[in-house]
Design a protein around this ligand. Structure first.
Ligand code: IPE
Ligand code: IPE
Ligand code: MG
Length: 246
C-alpha cells in the first residue's frame, strides 16, 4: 500500500467510523468533456472508481455504503447516454459479482428497478439474490432513485398496511416511517460525500439525511480515489455532531 494511504488510514479512528456513507457520484460528463471524449467514457471511468471505493470502504469496515448511480430525473438525458449507462451497469455486475461475494458484500437497490430494460433488471436481480446471504458491508446502489418518489412510495406502503390493519395511524412515527423507505432498517447516512463541485442533494436520500454530515469536493468522480474517501472520513471524525442537543 502506498505511504500516503497508510498515513491517512492511521489517522482514522476505528471506533468512530461512520456506519453509513452515501456518495453522489457526479462529474463523469465533465471529466470526459475535459478530454474531448464522449460522456460515456466518463461513465466507464466512473465505474472503475465504484469498484475501488466499494473495496476500500469494505476493507475499512464501513457497514453501509450507498452510491447514487441513476436518478429518477436522469431519464431526461439523451437515449444513447442512458443506453450506455445501462450497459455499464450490466458490465459492472458481471465483472464484480464474484468479487462482491468474495468480499462478503450484500447488494441492495434503492429505487424502482421494475421499469429498467429487461437485461439490466435481470442482472441486478440475479446479483441481489446471489449476494443475499452475505453478511459484510451492505452496498446500496441507487438506481432510478428519487428521494421524493421514495417518500411517496413509503406513504403508499404505509397506507396499505393501515388498510390491512397491520399498523394504526397513531403508531406512525419517524422511526416507523423509515422502515417504509428503500433503506428499510438500515441506519441513516452519517456522512454524505458529493464530488464535482456542486453543492446540492439532487433528490438523494431526502428523508435519511436529516442529521448527516456533508463533505463536498471539486474533484470529479472519475478522479475520486480512496484517498478522498479517507480524507472525508477523517474530516467527518473531527466534526461535533449535536443532533439538536448541546
Ligand atoms: C454522474 O455524472 C453520473 C450520473 C448522473 C449517471 P454526470 O453524468 O452527471 O456528470 P456531469 O455532472 O455532467 O459532469
Ligand atoms: C446526481 O447527479 C445523480 C447521480 C449522481 C446519479 P446529476 O448530475 O443528475 O445532478 P444534477 O442534475 O447536477 O443536480
Ligand atoms: Mg451531474
Amino acid at each position: 500500500m502506498d505511504i500516503e494511504n497508510k498515513e491517512l488510514i492511521s489517522k482514522i479512528i476505528p471506533e468512530k467510523l461512520p456506519k453509513h456513507i452515501a456518495i453522489i457520484m457526479d462529474g463523469n460528463g465533465r471529466w470526459a468533456k475535459k478530454r474531448r471524449l464522449p460522456r460515456n467514457f466518463g461513465h466507464q471511468e466512473g465505474m472503475k472508481r465504484v469498484v475501488e471505493i466499494v473495496e476500500s470502504a469494505s476493507e475499512l469496515g464501513i457497514k453501509h455504503l450507498s452510491l447514487y448511480a441513476f436518478s429518477t430525473e436522469n431519464w431526461k438525458r439523451p437515449k444513447d447516454e442512458i443506453e450506455g449507462l445501462m450497459k455499464i451497469l450490466v458490465l459492472y455486475i458481471r465483472n464484480e459479482l464474484v468479487r462482491l461475494t468474495k468480499n462478503n458484500v450484500k447488494l441492495k437497490i434503492l429505487g424502482d428497478i421494475s421499469v429498467l430494460p429487461d437485461l439490466p433488471r435481470k442482472e441486478v436481480e440475479r446479483a441481489i439474490y446471489r449476494t443475499s446471504n452475505n453478511t459484510g458491508m451492505i452496498l446500496n446502489i441507487a438506481l432510478n432513485y428519487g428521494g421524493r418518489d421514495e417518500i411517496i412510495r413509503g406513504i403508499r406502503l404505509y397506507l396499505k398496511d393501515v388498510e390491512m390493519g397491520k399498523i394504526s395511524v397513531e403508531e406512525l412515527n419517524t422511526n416507523e416511517f423509515s422502515k417504509y423507505l428503500y433503506t428499510g432498517n438500515q441506519p441513516d447516512p452519517d456522512l454524505v460525500i458529493r464530488p464535482s463541485g456542486e453543492f446540492r442533494l439532487s433528490n438523494f436520500l431526502l428523508y435519511q439525511i436529516a442529521y448527516s454530515e456533508f463533505w463536498f469536493s471539486d474533484i470529479l468522480w472519475p478522479d475520486f480515489n480512496e484517498k478522498y474517501l479517507y480524507k472525508a472520513i477523517i474530516d467527518y471524525q473531527s466534526r461535533n455532531r449535536r443532533f439538536g442537543g448541546i
